[in-house]
Write a protein of this length. Structure first.
Length: 289
């Protein structure tokens, strides 16, 4: 966004960050550098009450609504008028189903301006995965692939009565061996399910994605709306229809980026940042049906 005006409306202010899993490690530097804010993490906030990756507590609502609830809980507990929160979801990539993806959402709330700004990132760089095992030797290659022990894992019985034990945050081979033994003993079929622990403080790969998202949101909050000057003007979508370079027909490639303001109704279309003006013919339904 070279040449764009910059606003530092939040310089010197404290903002809550609703997290139980040390996301301040990822978010602190981006938000301080771009906005000049200091983060306050509420001590007693248990974000697991809104849902857990391991499934004991189901998340009610989509990531955006849960993220907003988190942000407001953090603000209520700290008494601050501005606050941040993030929420992640993991599963198949929406366009490439065999590829696992990490959808991270980060929300900023400013009660003085009655402003809510939401930024998202879809990352394919995730170690989200699970395997079944009877003993730790069944997992040798998989553990290397998911970055264990730097990345923690969760172990549970594959089939057992509700409430059967689950081991979270396992980060050592001895701990994993013991956890698998407990899980197989409790499982009706003597099989353990081992999965990556996706909590941010135990998953450096996810923490890096959150850091990227924090920089993205910070840059957006430093960008004022051209009409009302509220912070948070940025890309919120796209318009497809880039014309084919051979026949001029509209394709499904992005033609314009949609930029809008979260405070007023102003929006505008901006050219692609890569400068592409015509679509290669292999993307054209007419030239390459």
């Amino acid at each position: 966004m070279t040449g764009s005006p910059v606003v530092r409306e939040y310089e010197g202010r404290s903002a809550s960050l609703a997290t139980k899993h040390r996301k301040d490690v990822a978010c602190g530097r981006p938000l301080r550098r771009a906005l000049g804010v200091d983060l306050v993490v509420p001590d007693a906030l248990d974000t697991d009450e809104l849902g857990t990756f391991s499934g004991e507590i189901a998340r009610v609502g989509d990531p955006e609504s849960v993220c907003l609830t988190k942000a407001r809980l953090g603000m209520a507990m700290t008494g601050l008028r501005i606050g941040f929160a993030s929420e992640g979801s993991f599963g198949p990539h929406p366009s490439v189903p065999f590829l696992p993806a990490d959808l991270e959402v980060m929300t900023f709330v400013d009660d003085d301006r009655n402003l809510v700004v939401v930024e998202r990132i879809l990352a394919v760089g995730t170690n989200f995965s699970q395997r079944e095992a009877r003993e730790v030797e069944d997992l040798t290659d998989w553990l290397k692939a998911v970055g264990f022990p730097r990345h923690a894992v969760i172990v549970r019985p594959k089939s057992a009565e509700p409430g059967a034990g689950i081991d979270k945050g396992v980060t050592s081979l001895d701990g994993l061996t013991s956890a698998i033994a407990r899980a197989t003993a409790a499982s009706d079929d003597r099989v353990a399910t081992v999965e990556t622990d996706m909590r941010a403080h135990l998953n450096p790969t996810r923490m890096a994605v959150i850091r990227r998202l924090a920089f993205r949101l910070a840059r957006r909050l430093a960008t004022p709306c051209p009409r009302c000057a509220a912070p948070g003007f940025g890309r919120t979508g796209e318009v497809t229809g880039l014309p084919c370079e051979w026949c001029g027909s509209a394709t499904e490639m992005i033609l314009l980026e949609s930029w809008s303001c979260a405070a007023c109704a102003y929006g505008e279309g901006r050219p692609r940042r890569d400068g592409l003006r015509l679509a290669p013919p292999q993307h054209c339904p007419q030239c390459n049906p």
